[in-house]
Design a protein around this ligand. Structure first.
Ligand SMILES: C[S@@+](CC[C@H](N)C(=O)[O-])C[C@H]1O[C@@H](n2cnc3c(N)ncnc32)[C@H](O)[C@@H]1O
Length: 332
């Protein structure tokens, strides 16, 4: 038999020994997960005995964490924008710096409303938003929660990721306003699937009427344009932006456990931005807003792509570490 305090102590000693970053937090989160308790309870009951089954489960998770599996894959969840998201090895684990994408998007929309002289309590009524490379759905879902009347189209090239995103949308009660589309960026061409030509819509009973003619569309035609949805007010994206040549410098938790398709943008990392920006220019309404997350060294390669006469009001936002993290612009 062991108690809460000694389980925690042994767990964190094993993680420290294995040089796991934030080993204390990881040991705590795994114990909370196994016991189904919150932090306050653990520290209020250090002498509480743990059953043999719970202890075995906890030490098994500690061993897996020590061998490099991310804590979020072991607990199956990660918080983002104050919401809990299901994560699996099929999706990128949402990162705190991605919250800057939401902040910038909401700020830019608010400024646009003020400029138009509209009321300040903004619900996103009539807004059409696209989230490209939605992964867990964290950006699309956070925006849907903030903008209660907006409609969102969330694309991903990974069908497995879209299934997770859809479950997250249901969990947060926004699945009626987010349409999930399997697509290469906003385009639909080049989706790497074995036996199918048409991009598919994941999800959604609610998406069926909107996207009902997917199967009959011509091959290569965009699932977005096919449905007359080429006009967005806001396009957001956190694309894969790590360079393959940087792979050896990644933490093992990332390199060995997160999906390659979510990490690597190409040899350098910034290769996807040019196509993304060209497509955004074609799909945004005049005055529409583009908000992109950047890799730590992407800015010099990407900012020049947002040039006049197509783009105006280009702005860069640093993350808390001082890295240029979000690039935003308005279509003229
Ligand atoms: C960096 S992850 C971002 C996931 C999520 N939006 C977030 O911020 O946590 C990039 C996502 O883009 C998807 N992706 C990669 N290439 C893509 C492409 N060509 N078209 C659409 N999605 C793509 C990946 O499957 C992955 O889910």
């Amino acid at each position: 038999m062991t108690d809460v305090r000694s389980a925690l102590k042994q767990g964190l000693a094993q993680l420290r020994e294995a040089q796991v970053p934030s080993y204390m937090l990881a040991a705590e989160l795994l114990l909370l997960h196994v016991l189904g308790r919150d932090r306050t309870w653990i520290y209020a009951h250090p002498e509480q005995e743990i059953s043999a089954a719970d202890a075995a489960r906890y030490f098994e998770l500690i061993a897996r964490r020590a061998s490099g599996e991310p804590t979020q894959h072991l607990t199956g969840k990660q918080e983002f924008w104050g919401l809990e998201f299901e994560v699996t090895p099929d999706v990128l684990i949402p990162r705190p710096e991605t919250e800057h994408v939401i902040e910038v998007a909401l700020d830019r929309l608010a400024v646009r409303e003020l400029r138009a002289g509209r009321k300040q309590t903004f619900t996103g009524e009539g807004l059409q938003i696209a989230d490209i490379g939605t992964g867990s759905g964290c950006i699309a879902i956070a925006l849907a929660k903030e903008l209660a009347q907006a409609t969102i189209y969330a694309t991903d090239i990974s069908c497995a990721a879209l299934a997770v995103a859809r479950r997250n949308a249901t969990r947060h009660g926004v699945s009626d306003r987010i349409h999930f589309i399997e697509s290469n960026l906003l385009d639909g061409r080049g989706v790497r699937r074995a036996a199918s030509t048409a991009p598919s819509v994941v999800g959604a009973q609610h998406a069926a009427p909107l996207l009902g003619n997917v199967a009959t569309g011509s091959e290569g035609e965009s699932p977005i344009t096919r449905h007359g949805l080429h006009s967005f007010d806001l396009i957001v994206s956190n694309p894969p932006y790590v360079g393959r040549r940087e792979a050896a410098t990644l933490m093992r938790e990332v390199r060995d456990h997160e999906p390659e398709i979510a990490l690597y943008g190409g040899e350098e990392g910034y290769e996807l931005y040019a196509g993304l920006i060209t497509q955004a220019a074609a799909h945004l309404n005049p005055g529409g807003i583009l908000v992109l997350e950047l890799g730590h060294n992407s800015l010099p390669a990407v900012q020049p792509l947002l040039d006049a006469p197509t783009w105006t009001n280009v702005g860069v936002t640093n993350d808390l570490a001082g890295i240029p993290r979000v690039l935003a612009a308005e279509k003229t």
